[in-house]
Design a protein around this ligand. Sequence first.
Ligand code: NAD
Length: 493
Amino acid sequence: MTTLPDARLYIDGKLRDAGNGATFDVISPWTGEPVGKAADATADDVNEAIAAARRAFDETDWSTNVEKRVALVKKYRELFERDRVKLGQLAIHEAGAAQGAVTRAHVDMALDGWDDYITVFDRIDWEVDYGERPAFGMVHKRLGLRESVGVVGAITPWNVPLYVNIGKVVAALLAGCTVILKPAPDTPGMGAVFGELAKEAGFPDGVMNVIFGADPALAGEMLVTDPRVDLISFTGSTGVGKRIMEQGAATLKRVFLELGGKSAKIVLDDAPNFAMDIGMSMLVFHAGQGCAVQSRLLVPKSRYEEAKAILGGAYGKFGDNWGDVDNPAHVMGPVVSKRQMERVKSYIDLGQEEGATLLAGGKIRPDKGGGYFVEPTCFVDVTNDMRIAQEEIFGPVLVVIPYEDDEDAIRIANESSYGLSGGVSGSHERAMNIARRVRTGSMSINNGMCIAGDIPFGGFKASGMGREWGVEGIEEYTDVKLLAWPVRQAEPA
Ligand code: NAD
């Protein structure tokens, strides 16, 4: 049986237990059994972390010493490289990643994103010359300075924890902020590693802090409401995102929100590889627990029966090739927790009540182990007004919706409170025209890769605000200060 190392807090340069010594169990999604222990931070611990981050920002040269912070971020990166195997183990045993998904979505993509941040860092304009302008008889020169925003509270989810933690922590550190990372209670180890390696890299005390606890809300709410925290960078559900905006209002907190999604993939009747496009839409990778997954498949009515047959074949072929922790070919494991399993199952029951037809899956699979296994599931004959088409299920459940023509496909794609990602496959011009009209943060045309560390990622509508990754992802953690001074008398008009 695997046992993960104890997850310890990292506060003001010290790796330590909770102030009162309390711990909580980390539960393996594969077995439902404890797989490790994590410190259960108290309110005092959170308070100390905030104080340390504030001190490090206000009283050290962290925010102004660019060479120092870039060198430390690079050293930090090398330590993560050395610990790749451990990171993979954490992804498997905390987040329930199947071995075939670990490198791609959990470790490689995350570390590649880190490298991209280091590369794009050079493209940031720290000073912008706004030129000269006459006013009150003088000509004034104007200069914009990009400055670090301050203390950042980074609150992250469990689904791809390394990727999201890097998305926030590395960008904030590069921007010169100090950070308090607050990972989800399901994945404390993937947070703790940021403390352990920050200590080893030699970050100044208080620049990087990591706190977590059994209570999902306590530490996060303290970060959101504390006036010493300047910005909350949050990835998680839309419900919690709204609460963060509300609670942050009292201290006029800057908030950067990456929230849920219900993205549509539109397959046109002239898609160059119609069968492949439909077949590869199965929502199985990491059991569908990705915010940007295309969980609504939009298929032309004229080819709907054909699409159903293709999907039936694809799910049949996928069969029972999932859910084995030891199988390196598997890309799908359990969902993360009992709560999540019950939530996904309740949506499967709801889909049947709403009148959709189950084409594949639909069952909980206790025979696969003591963990949280839900079958790859596909609903057809779905209409866009059904709750299974409107609400984020965050599990291996695909819904397939027929449409009449291009206008109808665009309407259906846009009739969603979300707007995070999406895709369209078809002849290039037609697909591009549709992509331009879908209200969403990114669109993949003919399966183009629209997520990478050197390009911005984020949502429209209820999928959030702000952008992670790329130059924009670092700039989120900065503010612009404007300087102006008179240089000479203005010419008379
Ligand atoms: P969640 O919203 O329940 O929790 C996210 C984080 O917020 C956790 O660390 C949790 O402990 C913390 N939290 C919970 N209540 C809080 C509160 N009141 N105040 C402050 N913090 C609080 O989400 P989850 O279940 O961990 O993750 C799944 C969700 O995340 C899905 O909706 C998914 O779409 C979304 N997600 C979005 C992206 C993206 O980039 N847009 C990426 C991954 C996941």
